[in-house]
Design a protein around this ligand. Structure first.
Ligand code: CDP
Ligand code: CDP
Length: 230
């Protein structure tokens, strides 16, 4: 059966990666978490004290970064590696979340990440989530989903997740982080977060992950039943 590219964009914590993982698994496609790439680059900058407002420091740092994904043999989930180190878990920390939107707004960072994402898409049969996947990375993707959920629900969902890992995290911190990132992501100069004109809105405020998956899967089937344009 013809393989396609599915893009899932939206604000923070609306369930993009949850949906993208489930959909990729159901379709036997690859899942690519573009946000993990920006988070891994941010981790590298923080660890090496790179000033992301200094263009030559950024250029030099990027030339020393190698990112790739590997599927974990136990969990079967794709995990990100930064210069050979598995950083899948450490990049989820609030310390990284606090700076990632600033780093992701830097032109050289986006050029590097977008090129790597487009290369991963050469194979087709992928589900990629992020902010600009339907608008900039794969403007010709066969199916584009713009996922959304009420802000209060998004904060509750992300707080639950982070609080389980670190009980010191407060709901105010999480709320502030989400609001700040959504603001920076939507207002930056280069490929800001916005719905692609041909993206389909899916609101999962009142849906479970399973129900969201079923709706998205229906969209894939509908898309695939349409005649294929060469
Ligand atoms: O999971 P969550 O929505 O919290 O964030 P993420 O997908 O891990 O992305 C982290 C950050 O990376 C976002 O807040 C954006 O600043 C940036 N990002 C981006 O600029 N473009 C993308 N395609 C994906 C993420
Ligand atoms: O990738 P994104 O930041 O958009 O969100 P996520 O990491 O997939 O989901 C954020 C949190 O919401 C996770 O803890 C999910 O388990 C939870 N979630 C949910 O409760 N209900 C959904 N329909 C989707 C996600």
């Amino acid at each position: 059966m013809r393989k396609i590219i599915v893009t899932i964009d939206g604000y923070s914590s609306c369930g993009k990666s949850t949906l993208a993982k489930k959909l990729a698994s159901k379709l036997h496609y690859k899942y690519i978490d573009s946000g993990a790439m920006y988070r891994a680059i941010t981790l590298y900058f923080l660890r090496n004290r790179i000033d992301w407002n200094d263009q030559s420091a950024v250029d030099n740092a990027i030339s020393n970064i190698e990112l790739h994904f590997e599927v974990n043999a136990d969990t079967k989930q794709s995990e990100i590696f930064l210069n050979g180190e598995n950083v899948e878990y450490v990049i989820r920390d609030l310390v990284v979340a606090e700076k990632v939107s600033e780093v992701a707004a830097v032109k050289e960072v986006r050029t590097f990440a977008v090129a790597a994402q487009q290369k991963l898409g050469d194979a087709k049969g992928i589900v990629m989530d992020g902010r600009d996947i339907g608008t900039t990375v794969f403007p010709n993707a066969e199916l584009k989903i713009f996922l959304q959920a009420d802000p209060a629900i998004r904060v509750t969902r992300r707080f639950k997740e982070l609080h389980e890992k670190n009980p010191a995290v407060t709901i105010e911190e999480v709320k502030h982080n989400l609001e700040m990132r959504d603001y920076i992501d939507s207002n930056r100069e280069i490929s800001p977060l916005r719905k692609a004109d041909d993206a389909i809105i899916l609101d999962n405020t009142d849906l479970s992950p399973e129900e969201t998956l079923n709706k998205a899967y229906e969209l894939v089937l509908t898309m695939k039943s349409r005649p294929h344009k060469a």
